[in-house]
Design a protein around this ligand. Structure first.
Ligand SMILES: Nc1ncnc2c1ncn2[C@@H]1O[C@H](COP(=O)(O)OP(=O)(O)OP(=O)(O)O)[C@@H](O)[C@H]1O
Ligand SMILES: [Mg+2]
Length: 308
């Protein structure tokens, strides 16, 4: 077997709708995910993330191009690929008339796990996702975040070799999100591979080894979070609360974003002293912090939108 869990080549998907215009949701996406990796798929609403995950998880057929899961062609041999994968779909809901405990257990049994294994995995997974106390309540009585935790618990309990999670932590509180991160890290330590989407860029940063940014159905950039930050011209951000009026004085240091009176400048570490001197001479207060992935994302995707 190869070292790859997933590989797609020039994957295209055109949705044709009756009466309406067709939509090219994927315009040739090539990517690969190595075994044991956690990879995040980022992109604006409508970029094509869910379409990609649906095709990868055999729920949708591509228009052209190829995609393989552990060497099995997903479109040609979906039955071969399916045992390797488990999916948390976007906006999925647990069955209303099942409890979290029943939901997780039943799903594991339908995947062919023995009673003993299914029972042990169910309990471990409920515990990991903080569901033990509410494990015997009907899903219909659970809060939105509790239902989403149940969805994630169901899928992590499979310990499938390849997990697809489409916005797994949507609607979860900050503690629950960290439970998800911890569970996914444990799974990859045990040998699983993870491909997830998220709009929480702190989550993408905390969790993923690598990321792909998709824009209008194409891969815009790929690499580590640090690669992406460096690509916007620096890894530090200087915040100058009253700096907007003097933006021209700071432009030579790097990308400037004025927001009301507020100015932020993305700058390389070697120029930070010079910039701070200028701020002091201009009688401006300035603070230095790291560039976040969100800022890098806004700049990289924003640049691409402006080029259109
Ligand atoms: N069944 C469908 N029929 C027609 N167009 C569709 C269908 N599903 C998705 N699309 C379109 O395909 C494009 C990609 O949608 P997709 O759901 O893959 O985006 P996404 O990146 O997951 O967005 P989000 O962040 O909002 O979940 C969008 O323009 C969307 O409107
Ligand atoms: Mg989506």
């Amino acid at each position: 077997m190869t070292g790859e869990a997933l590989r797609s080549e020039r994957l295209r998907k055109v949705y044709t709708t009756r009466g309406g215009p067709s939509v090219e949701a994927l315009a040739g996406v090539s990517m690969e995910v190595r075994r044991g990796e956690r990879v995040a798929l980022l992109g604006r609403n409508g970029a094509g993330k869910t379409t990609f995950l649906k095709i990868a998880s055999t729920l949708l057929r591509p228009t052209s191009g190829s995609i393989e899961v552990f060497g099995h062609d997903v479109a040609r041999n979906p039955d071969r690929a399916r045992p390797y994968i488990a999916v948390v779909p976007q906006e999925g809901k647990p069955f209303f008339h099942l409890t979290p405990r029943e939901q997780v257990y039943t799903y594991l049994r339908t995947r062919g796990l023995s009673r003993e294994t299914a029972k042990a995995r169910t309990e471990e997974s409920l515990e990991r996702m903080g569901l033990t106390e509410i494990a015997d309540r009907l899903a219909i009585t659970l809060s939105g975040g509790q239902r989403q935790r149940t969805m994630v618990a169901t899928v992590i309990a499979t310990e499938a070799p390849l997990l697809f999670l489409d916005e797994p932590s949507i609607g979860m509180d900050p503690f629950a999100r960290r439970d998800v991160w911890e569970s996914l890290r444990t799974l990859t330590q045990r040998g699983s591979t993870i491909l997830l989407t998220t709009h929480y860029l702190d989550e993408a940063e905390a969790l993923s080894h690598r990321l792909y940014i998709v824009e209008r159905g194409e891969v815009l950039v790929s690499g580590t979070a640090d690669d992406l930050k460096r690509s916007v011209g620096g890894t530090l951000k200087v915040t100058i609360p009253q700096g907007a009026v003097q933006v021209d004085a700071f432009r030579s240091f790097g990308a400037c974003v004025a927001d009301g009176e507020h100015l932020s400048v993305i700058v390389a570490p070697e120029r930070i002293g010079e910039l701070m001197d200028l701020a002091v001479r201009s009688r401006l207060t300035a603070t230095v912090g790291p560039v976040t992935l969100e800022e890098a994302f806004l700049r990289v995707v924003g640049r691409s939108i402006n080029e259109e």
